[in-house]
Design a protein around this ligand. Structure first.
Ligand code: NAP
Length: 285
């Protein structure tokens, strides 16, 4: 199927970030729109880093249906919304803004759904409620993941971070069983876990390799990395060499995109569209 030509009736949505040039979201969302024959478009927006509030004010009223929000605007997106879903409030960040026709702006966060969807897609027998889960990092992504995992029944979340105070702040902010660890104590945090999730930006775009003692995890543990550039990070490479099952960040990106598509265009993404293959091709050097 192909989309009708763009007209005044076309539903417009997009992604706002800085930089946004290399975002894979337009590729994924437009592939779904094409396949479903929906009269919609999905475009990248790059507001100036000090101009996000003005950008949102300009979109109020529903001429643009909504935007996904990425680095560095997720916290600001929550702050400038009229209302927010409980999962966006728990994450203290929004990756989705919907512009209602009455001028209100609703903030949501689908990253947690994306994370759980990634495990379901790539480690289908993983049970979130079976054992503690360790998260490396204590930024916005780690906080959102911790909230989503606790809501999904994880018995204990262990936040392991270079800066202990940030891990402790997440433990204090969220309700549920969360323990904070400093990075040098990762071995202790990895004992008996069902999964380890890398939510640090250390290895993004070829950054420094994380020194994480994955050998201290049970052999059955699933190792997940939110970073997907490169698709196999040194962290995932190390996990594979230890024969651990792995889940990658691209599966999470696609997982968060599906509920966003639904919020913009009022229906689920069509099945059978090979958005992962398209994204992998776009990630090739
Ligand atoms: P953030 O708020 O900037 O937090 C970054 C975290 O990484 C901090 O806890 C920081 O530790 C830690 N860190 C950075 N460099 C490190 C290093 N060399 N060694 C150890 N720790 C280091 O970022 P974020 O928004 O939470 O995002 C984190 C990552 O997740 C990013 O790479 C982002 O692209 C990715 N992400 C992916 C998806 C997806 O759909 N796949 C969704 C959301 C986020 P300190 O606190 O000590 O500074």
């Amino acid at each position: 199927m192909s989309r009708p030509p763009v007209t005044g009736a076309t539903v417009v949505a997009g992604v706002a970030g800085s930089p946004v040039r290399h975002s894979l979201s337009p590729l994924i969302q437009n592939a779904w729109l094409d396949a479903a024959g929906i009269d919609g478009v999905y475009v990248p927006f790059a507001p100036p880093t000090d101009g996000f509030d003005a950008f949102v004010s300009g979109l109020r009223g529903g001429t643009v249906r909504g935007v996904n929000v990425t680095i560095p605007f997720k916290e600001q997106a929550l702050a400038c919304a009229t209302s927010a879903t409980p999962r966006a409030r728990a994450a203290a960040a929004a990756n989705l803004l919907i512009f209602e026709t009455d001028g209100s702006v609703v903030a949501d966060n689908t990253d947690g759904l994306g994370l759980l969807g990634a495990f379901a897609a790539q480690a289908p027998d993983f049970a979130v409620g079976a054992a503690p889960i360790a998260i490396l990092g204590a930024g916005g992504a780690a906080r959102g993941a911790a909230a989503a995992l606790l809501a999904a029944g994880c018995p204990e979340v262990r936040i392991v971070n270079r800066t202990l105070a940030k891990a402790e702040a997440i433990a204090e902010a969220l309700t549920g069983s969360i323990v904070a660890f400093e990075l040098p104590d990762a071995r202790q945090a990895f004992a008996g876990v069902g999964a380890v999730i890398n939510a640090t930006s250390a290895e993004m775009n070829g950054g420094t390799a994380l020194d994480a003692p994955l050998e201290a995890t049970p052999e059955t543990a699933v190792i997940m990395d939110m970073v997907y550039k490169p698709i196999e990070t040194p962290f995932l490479h190390w996990a594979k060499s230890l024969n651990r099952r792995t889940v990658d960040g691209l599966a999470m990106l696609i997982g968060q995109a599906a509920p966003s598509f639904e919020a913009f265009y009022g229906q689920s993404p069509p099945v059978g569209v090979h958005v992962r293959a398209l994204a992998l091709k776009a990630l090739e050097p």
